[in-house]
Design a protein around this ligand. Structure first.
Ligand code: CP
Length: 296
């Protein structure tokens, strides 16, 4: 019996549901690495509807589905689909839900995944809706923290674009369930919106304090595509950067949902602190856990 039909927002999950997915992901790690095989999703089809660019989310869902014996169909580029002829999101989702057993959707408009879930005949998974939420990223972020540091007594610094980063917006809600202490580090113009601070323990600090005191530094890219104009973006571009020199006396692990632009220097990659590429891999077993939850 599935705990949820759709996965639209992290708000839809209780702590118990989150822990269930994290435990389930453990059982998929060897399959995700290709060390064991599985046909648990044989005969099932996943439809990927990506209206915004993606590497990790789209490809890790594909990898998860294929390693579990399922098939994937893709909308492909929006320009090559009938959306270019004026077809609505509602009609697109209705039609595609007749071709697949589950839909993964990424869209530039906040609320679009919820809307898709209302018109779809099959489960819908939100792969990012504008500056709203990115719940599957949050589950893989939590899985990474659980594996690498532990979720108990966690002090995590959230660094960068806290205003527009949907990965942060989802993650803080989930971390509140685990009693994490959250340190907020951002330029003035990119602060976390007040309405997102209703639950949880928050304190603002500078990057130096975060590097010395946090267990995890969660760095985000400035979300250039969400800025109202280029001039506003230019005012904050390049305003923070983690370097190997800054981390020489720090035991904090560095996470990033990726892609990075210039906010983590490449000399950090070879340090034991850097766990962002393992984090990206964990997307596969976590998405296997989600796909099997909604489809079986
Ligand atoms: N973290 C993340 O969502 O990456 P992509 O945009 O490449 O999917």
């Amino acid at each position: 019996m599935s705990r949820f039909r759709h996965l639209i927002s992290i708000d839809d999950l209780e702590r118990d549901d989150i822990e269930h997915i994290l435990s389930k992901a453990d059982s998929f790690v060897e399959i995700a690495r290709g060390e064991k095989s599985s046909g648990i999703l044989e005969g099932k089809i996943l439809a990927n509807l990506f209206f915004e660019p993606s590497t990790r989310t789209r490809m890790s869902f594909e990898s998860a589905m294929k390693r579990l014996g399922g098939e994937v169909i893709n909308l492909g580029s929006v320009e090559a689909s009938s959306i270019a002829k004026g077809e609505s999101l509602a009609d697109t989702v209705r039609v595609v839900s007749g071709y697949a057993d589950c839909i993964v959707i990424r869209h530039y408009r906040e609320g679009s995944a919820r809307f898709a879930s209302v018109v779809s005949e099959v489960p819908v998974i939100n792969a990012g809706d504008g500056a709203g939420q990115h719940p599957t990223q949050t589950l893989l972020d939590l899985y990474t923290i659980k594996k690498e540091v532990g979720l108990k007594n966690l002090r995590i610094a959230l660094v960068g674009d806290l205003k527009y980063s949907r990965t942060v917006h989802s993650l803080i809600k989930a971390l509140a369930h685990f009693g994490a202490e959250m340190l907020l580090v951002s330029p003035e113009a990119l602060k976390l919106p007040d309405e997102l601070k209703e639950n949880g323990s928050f304190a603002e600090c500078d990057l130096e304090y975060a590097v010395e005191n946090a267990d995890v530094i969660y760095v985000t890219r400035i979300q250039k595509e969400r800025f109202p104009d280029e001039e506003e973006y230019r005012k904050v571009a390049g305003s923070y950067r983690i370097t190997a020199e800054m981390l020489k006396n720090s035991s904090a692990v560095i996470m990033h949902p990726l892609p990075r632009v210039d906010e983590i220097s490449y000399d950090v990659d070879s340090l034991p602190n850097a766990i962002y590429f393992r984090q990206a891999f964990y997307g596969v077993p976590v998405r296997m856990a989600i796909l099997t939850e909604v489809m079986l």
